[in-house]
Ligand binder design. Structure first.
Ligand code: NAD
Length: 497
């Protein structure tokens, strides 16, 4: 079986303090063995990065950006291999993996503008013969800790911008599907990145803790579940590091009686079941205004779900694949059972679907649950599976109050033809990313991504303009070049003009 190791100072290493299997979730078979980094390797990686930092930060930004131009090309040339790795370890169907990669590449394209993004601000004559400017200086060595559900895109949210800002980066990918992240990191060397500037450490909690407490790490970007995001944010900041920690979600779509219901139903199906619902922006709750609209929507959704194809990644006719692990499959099934025993109506039951040839895979079929109440566990917690729940309400205001009261605030959407209602919704809803007839309002790479409430800990969102702020620190310089025959005495009052 192939071993998956670390990328340290440009070399692949297999140092380990133990190993663990990586599974193909469509077959349930262990396909690779992951090396878990020992503490000594964590320390070595941080030392290597700090040694590489000065030369890298002194490179002109345009030279750092040129590496990203080449890197974009390499990612595109290696698209099939990257999608295969995503499919094998995550289970995502090839067409969906290609979409994930493309959204990641768009962050590389944004990073190509480094020279423009890092220009800073300049003011001439702030005083007699005095000029002042503010510049963005890199932080040093920064770390990224990423989840299983986007093994290419989420690392690409982080390291292209961190690198072009002049930092060295250490990535700790998910231990569930580590090969994609390692593969895309290795391509950076081919693109011309100096050794040690980008490194990958494999492992779990002990590697993360090693990074969080290491004095040689300046900042931590995290994406994953809320309990871990909270832990990372607390540990990182207590250890004096800058931190952005993006957490879990429960994304609601309001379905208004005036909307184009057929269109809303199609959009909901894609956004709820795509990638088996394992997206932090998956629309998992339809909040339907009015009983008649809810009856019509449920009736419309059922035949659409019956037609969905669930299966292995390489068959591009499949709509979605398995969930990530056996434990996660049991957890998702458990939420479906709990909704049923709490009195909700199981319209389509996806527990244990028959997937021919993949009997040991971790499949959950599309599931639709109606008459869900806000006090049910299946409503309150993130399920992260192919499960859509319908909550019936009487008014848009009731729908908005429901969303505002939920602990998560990542994404939301409204389906309506009423511009005034949509504008009121987007202006007032307590959620970080809002769609108006757009089911997955994932911001493009030149905006930034982040939720509110328990979906994000920290002040700055991921990628886009916020990433320049996150991965640099501001320095403001004030300079005077007086003419040779001007000499001033000491001034004891606060300098003013
Ligand atoms: P996870 O929190 O289990 O793991 C994320 C990372 O944290 C992994 O690298 C893992 O190794 C590490 N980790 C896990 N337990 C740890 C611990 N006790 N101490 C230190 N590190 C630990 O998340 P996951 O299951 O890989 O990903 C799914 C979750 O990520 C979902 O909740 C989803 O909503 C969320 N997510 C959020 C966003 C967002 O942008 N807000 C994007 C993608 C995924």
């Amino acid at each position: 079986m192939e071993n998956i190791g670390h990328l340290i100072n440009g070399e692949l290493r297999e140092d380990n303090a133990g190993t663990q299997p990586v599974y193909n979730p469509a077959t349930g078979e262990a396909i690779r063995e992951l090396m878990l980094a020992p503490d000594a390797l964590v320390n070595e990686a941080v030392d290597v990065a700090n040694a590489a930092f000065q030369a890298w930060r002194d490179q002109p930004a345009i030279k750092r950006a040129r590496i990203m131009f080449k890197y974009k090309q390499l990612l595109e040339e290696n698209k099939d291999e990257i999608c295969r790795l995503i499919g094998e370890e995550h289970g995502k169907i090839a067409h969906d993996a290609a979409g994930e990669l493309q959204r990641g590449i768009e962050n590389v394209e944004y990073a190509c503008a480094a020279a423009e993004l890092l220009k800073g601000e300049y003011s001439k004559n702030v005083g007699p013969s005095i000029d002042s400017w503010s510049e963005h200086q890199p932080l040093g060595v920064v770390a990224g800790i990423t989840p299983f559900n986007f093994p290419a895109m989420v690392p690409l949210w982080m390291f292209p911008m961190a690198l072009v800002c002049g930092n060295c980066f250490i990535l700790k990918p998910s231990e569930k599907d580590p090969s994609t992240s390692l593969f895309i990191a290795k391509l950076l060397k081919e693109a011309g990145l100096p050794d040690g500037v980008m490194q990958v450490l494999q492992g779990g909690k002990s590697v993360v803790d090693g990074l969080l407490t290491h004095k040689g790490i300046e900042a931590v970007s995290f994406v994953g579940s809320t309990p871990i995001a909270k832990y990372i944010y607390e540990q990182a900041t207590q250890n004096g590091k800058r931190c952005q920690a993006l957490g879990g979600a429960k994304n609601h779509a309001i379905v208004m009686p005036d909307c184009d219901l057929e269109n809303a139903a199609n959009q909901l199906v894609g956004a709820a079941y795509g990638s088996s619902g394992e997206r932090c922006m998956a629309l998992s709750v339809a909040v339907v205004v009015g009983q008649e609209t809810a009856d019509n929507l449920a009736a419309m959704l059922k035949p659409k779900l019956d037609e969905l194809r669930v299966g292995a990644f390489y068959d591009n006719d499949n709509d979605f694949g398995p969930v990530i692990s056996r434990e996660h499959k049991e957890k998702v099934n458990g939420y479906i059972s709990s909704a049923e025993s709490d009195g909700a109506t199981l319209v389509v039951d996806g527990r244990n679907p028959a997937v021919e040839g993949y009997e040991s895979g971790y499949f959950v079929g599309p599931t639709l649950i109606d008459n869900v109440m806000p006090n049910m566990t299946s409503y309150q917690e993130e399920i992260f599976g192919p499960v859509m729940q319908i909550v019936r309400v009487d008014s848009m205001q009731e729908a908005m109050t429901l969303i505002d009261n939920h602990e998560y605030g990542n994404g939301t959407c409204i389906f309506t033809r009423d511009g005034e209602a949509a504008r009121y919704f987007s202006d007032n809803i307590k959620v970080g990313m809002v769609g108006i007839n757009v089911p997955l309002p994932v911001p493009v790479a030149y905006h930034s991504f982040g939720g509110w409430k328990q979906s994000l800990f920290g002040d700055l969102h991921a990628y886009g303009p916020d990433s320049v702020k996150f991965y640099t620190r501001r320095k403001t310089i004030t300079q005077r070049w007086p003419s040779a025959n001007v000499r001033e005495g000491a001034v004891f009052s606060m300098p003013t003009l």
